[in-house]
Every structure is written in structure tokens, then in C-alpha cells.
Design a protein around this ligand. Sequence first.
Ligand SMILES: [Zn+2]
Length: 88
Amino acid sequence: MEKHSKDDWRIDALKTIKDDKWEKSKFKTIEESHWEHEHCTLCWRKISEDPSIGEEFGYVNKHDQWLCETCYKDFFEKDSGDTQANPG
Ligand SMILES: [Zn+2]
């Protein structure tokens, strides 16, 4: 069976970052580069200092990759408690 759910690519992306340490942080615009937002590594939601652009808080790892709070909660916080993967 080769059934692909729409989340498959997210699972793939997750494999590369699942062992990383994530730190909650508020996105700050980098003045020199006018870089006013980042994208969540998994769902591409915008994370920005400006709430009209995206979410103010996210989680960042040592590679400067960002996760939105939703993806962090979906894939990382649920580890505490049940670690049972959903088969199928
Ligand atoms: Zn996300």
C-alpha cells in the first residue's frame, strides 16, 4: 500500500529536527537585513515581531530553524506522557 497523507512531508521534515533542542523565543527583526519574519519549518506559518505578519513566539533550534507553537505542541510536547506512535 502506498498511501500518502498530506502530512507525510511534515513527518519527513520532522525526522531531521526531532532530536534538536528547541527554545521558546520571541522573533526579533534583524535590522540590517530587514528580515522581519521566519517560517515554521514544518507548516510554513509566519513567525514575526509584527503580530499582523505572523506569530510573535516560536521555537528555535541551534540551526536557526523555527517552529510555530502549534507544530511544537503537536510533535514535541506530546512526548511527555504517551510515546505511542499512531500506526497506519
Ligand atoms: Zn508550524
